[in-house]
Write a protein that binds this ligand. Structure first.
Ligand SMILES: CC(=O)SCCNC(=O)CCNC(=O)[C@H](O)C(C)(C)COP(=O)(O)OP(=O)(O)OC[C@H]1O[C@@H](n2cnc3c(N)ncnc32)[C@H](O)[C@@H]1OP(=O)(O)O
Ligand SMILES: O=C(O)CCC(=O)C(=O)O
Length: 379
């Protein structure tokens, strides 16, 4: 398997397009501007920012984003229709994703057309976009269920017509990372055209599949903040970037220290609060209660933390509850100004467990202090 060392990976974040397609999610223009600005400030290279074909409101919001003059390239989603691409041009973007259904399932049962029709639409739409000087990603919708030879043929036509890249979509999130790797490897071996991977999380493998696609040679990857997106969502920005750093040794140039701020803001704007246990940005993913873990973290955080919480803007929390051990209790009491020895801690621990089990939660400092008053020399 190839290593990724030294590879340049470009993130195309689609929070404002696929993220907003989450059933029931709507961003106001002010929210879109703030999200786009934050993504730009932390160094995300490209933002898929809307669908001008939807009409005047969407066009106006895309135009407002263009007017911000961000460093990030703005790209819009389009069907392979001249009218969609014209709406994007009118909205001021210089880059478009031109989407075509590429699986026979979609071609026959959704579009009710055939492969020749898809090829012809590609020629017409791509020809129009390139004649207008646009940067083009050709989006292969449902690529993961498509015939690979047909995909290679379509990519080859797209490349010859000047397409800048091909977007390989696991639209329904049905791939596993091994198949993803093989498919991207195959397409890379057949056609010299950059590949962008777009992965969904229906089987919980969006991040893994995104990484597999990149490892196989894709250079662009789609993400959304918090993994928002159709159904079970897309590959989360924060997971992809941190996994690239810590599992693959690849730096994207993104300032990860604002991930939590960004995540909380998008959670609020989308009315989809972030679960405490959400990988990378959940409030409690650096909380430790278990005795052996707490002891290990106190000795050296790397014993039980894959990376420093500060890397993403989080803080570590050590809590005392049912699973605690004496070292964690001694440490916390020490912070509260109470010195206890191991024997006293073991005795107190029994009562800590009892309170935690009765209340189904960790203890707060008031409860701890009250417990300590039962110690003869503290009372
Ligand atoms: C996988 C993805 O996420 S792709 C992005 C999908 N995003 C969205 O749908 C959100 C925004 N969508 C919209 O605002 C609207 O759906 C529009 C403006 C795109 C189209 O609206 P309408 O014309 O009213 O059609 P409607 O939404 O019902 O779509 C159905 C039609 O689109 C056709 N269609 C679907 N995909 C495509 C495509 N890639 N290219 C061309 N036509 C397509 C269907 O075959 C169907 O055509 P038919 O009515 O002739 O059978
Ligand atoms: O660009 C495309 O073709 C479709 C992108 C998409 O959102 C998907 O396939 O899930």
């Amino acid at each position: 398997m190839e290593t990724m060392a030294g590879r340049r990976i470009i993130i195309d974040d689609t929070t404002l397009r696929d993220g907003e397609q989450t059933a029931g999610v709507v961003f106001s223009l002010a929210e879109k501007i703030r999200i786009a600005s934050m993504l730009d400030e932390i160094g995300v290279g490209e933002l898929e920012c809307g669908i001008p074909a939807m009409g005047p409101d969407e066009q106006a919001s895309v135009r407002a984003l263009v007017d911000l003059g961000l460093n990030a390239r703005l790209i819009t989603w389009n069907r392979a229709l001249i009218s969609d691409i014209q709406a994007s041009i009118d909205s001021g973007v210089k880059a478009v994703d031109i989407s075509l259904s590429v699986s026979d399932q979609h071609i026959v049962h959704k579009l009710r057309k055939d492969r020749a029709w898809v090829m012809e639409q590609l020629r017409v739409a791509l020809g129009f976009a390139k004649a207008n000087g646009l940067y083009v990603s050709v989006g292969g919708e449902d690529a993961s269920r498509a015939d690979l030879d047909f995909l290679a043929e379509l990519m080859s036509v797209a490349r010859d017509m000047g397409a800048d890249r091909f977007r390989y979509c696991d639209t329904l999130g049905v791939l596993d990372p091994f198949t993803m790797y093989d498919n991207i490897k195959f397409l890379r071996s057949k056609v010299d055209l950059d590949i962008e991977v777009h992965t969904h999380n229906d089987l919980g493998m969006a991040t893994a599949n995104a990484l597999a696609g990149l490892r196989a040679g894709a250079t662009f990857v789609n993400t959304t903040v918090n993994g928002l997106g159709e159904r079970a969502g897309n590959a989360p920005l924060e997971e992809v970037v941190m996994a690239l750093r810590h599992a693959c040794g690849v730096e994207t140039g993104i300032d990860t220290r604002r991930f939590v701020e960004l995540s909380r803001y998008v959670g609020q704007a989308s009315c989809r609060p972030v679960p405490d246990w959400k990988a990378v940005v959940g409030e409690k993913v650096f909380s430790h209660e278990s005795g052996l873990h707490t002891d290990g973290v106190l000795k050296n955080p790397l014993n039980y933390e894959g990376f420093d919480p500060g890397e993403v803007g989080l803080h570590r929390h050590l809590v005392l509850g049912k699973h605690s051990g004496s070292q964690g209790l001694i440490h916390r009491l020490g912070e509260l100004g109470i010195e206890v020895d191991r024997l006293e801690a073991v005795d107190l621990l029994e009562r800590v467990r009892g309170i935690s089990q009765r209340n189904k939660r960790p203890l707060n400092d008031g409860e701890l202090l009250a417990l300590c008053r039962s110690l003869p020399r503290v009372a």
